[in-house]
Unconditional design. Structure first.
Length: 134
């Protein structure tokens, strides 16, 4: 959950690495989105983008573009950004986000000793089980 304490810690972490935490407030004076932007050389990377509507995305990306000439934003293929950013360069690559909730249970189930998701992936040259839905 995103609590005040979460954002205070996030702000400290972002500041420590020279990044920016920016928000977009709509005409109703409510927060409609925020972005965590890190500066990596000549590029700005949007590491986290949370938004309620397309205007919030546009405003937050535009803010990042005031900091760097090139901004990189990774999104899933389900998030079609081509209408908002028609001239943006798009690249596709396969990836998966994995979290290992119960290492002990996983270790028993697969008869192996693992303590991290990386160790679990290293057990096999094939994916263990991806239940993907589109």
């Amino acid at each position: 959950a995103r609590t005040l304490r979460y954002f205070e810690n996030l702000q400290r972490e972002v500041n420590a690495v020279g990044g920016r935490l920016v928000g977009y407030y709509g005409e109703d004076n409510q927060l409609h989105g925020y972005a965590v932007i890190s500066m990596r050389g000549r590029d700005g990377w949007i590491d986290e983008l949370v938004y309620t509507d397309s205007l919030a995305i546009w405003k937050l990306v535009n803010t990042a573009l005031t900091m760097r000439q090139r901004v990189i934003l990774d999104v899933s293929s389900a998030e079609n950004m081509s209408r908002l950013f028609p001239s943006a360069q798009r690249m596709s690559y396969d990836s998966a986000v994995v979290r290992l909730n119960q290492p002990e249970l996983f270790s028993r189930l697969f008869r192996a000793q693992v303590s991290s998701a990386k160790e679990a992936f290293e057990l096999s040259s094939r994916p263990l089980n991806f239940n993907e839905r589109y």
